[in-house]
Design a protein around this ligand. Structure first.
Ligand SMILES: [Zn+2]
Length: 294
């Protein structure tokens, strides 16, 4: 009798252990699959989606940066015929499916030179960088940048000058008040909708970070800078000094702004190199590398 009890207990332990083992080793989420054999499968978060939705998600799933936590937001773009699958991922991952300004959160000033300020990340009215430094007047019409950015800017434009090129800072740090005046004037001239595409609302301007500069040459304006040799040089070399072209061509759906060949943002050499080599917007770099999501 004793023997039978011991065997019984041993068996129970084995079975229990096996069930626990199975449980701990089961994947929390199964990818959607076409289960043609009608075999019973473990519950999956994909079970609540229909065949079309699963087919669509399968397409996205194969792409880099697919984020399972954003499925419902990706699905909002299922019927759209404007964006590719890759673009849909870029939009949702950078929060561009949210509403400009209304869904904005406070920009994280602790991110220091990697701070993200855009139409979803806003600076307080009283934010002034603590380390503003006058940009070397040989290469600047006026104003200041944060110390590290001002020094990197000087190193960069000095290197360009050795190749006979002259790049000049024409618009660096701007205070909240200055941005208010600029933006309100643009609205007066062009209306809110147009102004929002080329000018930032106060608090939403990257220029308030002291890390951005608009550049020209002695003979160009902002608008004609793209036709200069200096622009070509900046495209090929600015990242080596920690600067990125912030509002790229055809990137408005992520950056929120028209193409701005003259607007450069200091992010440091390491970040600039990664952004350049992977052809990312700063928004993507921020969410993938600074925040480490995805
Ligand atoms: Zn600018």
């Amino acid at each position: 009798m004793k023997k039978i009890i011991i065997i019984g207990i041993t068996l129970l332990c084995l079975v229990g252990g096996f069930i626990l083992y199975k449980h701990n080793n089961s994947k929390p989420i199964d990818p959607p699959s076409n289960n043609v054999n009608n075999e019973p499968s473990e519950p999956s978060i994909y079970d609540s989606y229909n065949d079309d939705e699963i087919k669509y998600l399968n397409e996205l799933m194969g792409l880099k940066y697919y984020d399972e936590s954003k499925i419902d937001r990706y699905l909002n773009y299922m019927e759209n015929d404007k964006y590719s699958y890759e673009q849909i991922i870029r939009i949702v991952n950078t929060n561009n499916d949210l509403e400009y300004f209304k869904d904005a959160v406070p920009a994280n000033v602790d991110d220091d030179i990697l701070i993200l300020v855009n139409k979803y990340n806003v600076l307080p009215e009283d934010y002034v960088p603590f380390d503003l430094k006058k940009v070397n007047t040989n290469y600047s019409y006026w104003g200041e940048l944060r110390g590290e950015a001002a020094d990197a800017f000087l190193t960069m434009v000095t290197a360009a000058s050795k190749e006979g090129l002259k790049i000049i800072n024409t618009s660096p740090y701007r205070s909240y008040d200055l941005q208010s005046r600029l933006y309100n004037n643009y609205v007066k001239d062009d209306g809110v909708k147009a102004a929002d595409k080329y000018s930032a609302r106060p608090g939403f301007s990257e220029h308030q970070t002291g890390l951005s500069t608009d550049v020209v040459t002695p003979t160009s304006t902002l608008n004609t800078f793209k036709n200069t040799k200096e622009f070509t040089w900046m495209q090929e070399n600015s990242y080596k000094y920690g600067f990125i072209l912030r509002y790229g061509k055809d990137m408005e759906y992520i950056t929120g702004y028209n193409y701005e060949p003259w607007h450069y943002r200091y992010v440091g050499i390491e970040a600039a190199k990664t952004i350049y080599e992977n052809d990312l917007t700063f928004e993507e770099y921020y969410y993938y590398y600074v925040k480490g999501k995805v």
